[in-house]
Design a binder for this molecule. Sequence first.
Ligand code: PRP
Length: 216
Amino acid sequence: MSEERYLTFALCKGRLAKQTLSLFESIGIPCAEINDPDTRKLIFVNEELKLRFFLAKGPDVPTYVEYGAADIGVVGKDIIIEENRKIYEVLDLGLGKCRMCVCGPASAARLLNGQERIRVATKYPNIAKDYFYNQKNQTVEIIKLNGSIELAPIVGLSEVIVDIVETGSTLRENGLVVLEEVCPLSARVTVNPVSMRMENERITELLQKLSTCIGG
Ligand code: PRP
């Protein structure tokens, strides 16, 4: 095993990256530079430990990991399911816990009986399709949106939405409720399959440290 090679981490831009970096810091992997709000740099190096970090848009993280441009990616389970890339999911960090749910006005509950051909707005068309077609056996029309999904049933674009619910306050403030839960979500560590073989010792050691840190 060569200690010369850099291990590259892809992290999701935003709150999850901050939480992940402070977790890395507590296992002795500091990367202060990446937290500098004024920097336009895209990639950050820890020369001493031979590690590199970069921030990417969430849905791009599994892509970088599948192609081996990143050895390791930290990303939400929602994105892992939606993107369906050839990557290993190796550790649940327990960060960013939330739920993927079918939501809408309470009156829409009767439309989830398996018969109605309703419209479902979502940022996650694959998750929504799998849930309605394969788990509920309900034929629906999926409408892909890119954000503020809660608007859709309010303005009449769809009857229900499939979206992430964390505190539930976005739903409450817009008069919507959780109608069904699709699955629980949290941040996961993912690994490129070739990296897992070639850098097994370093990656396993890192995963053990992370796992001990979140377990205790
Ligand atoms: C997410 C999600 C919900 C909201 C849920 O949106 O799509 O809208 O957070 O959180 P809550 O239950 O704590 O209110 P995000 O803020 O990521 O922005 P988006 O609408 O652009 O997807």
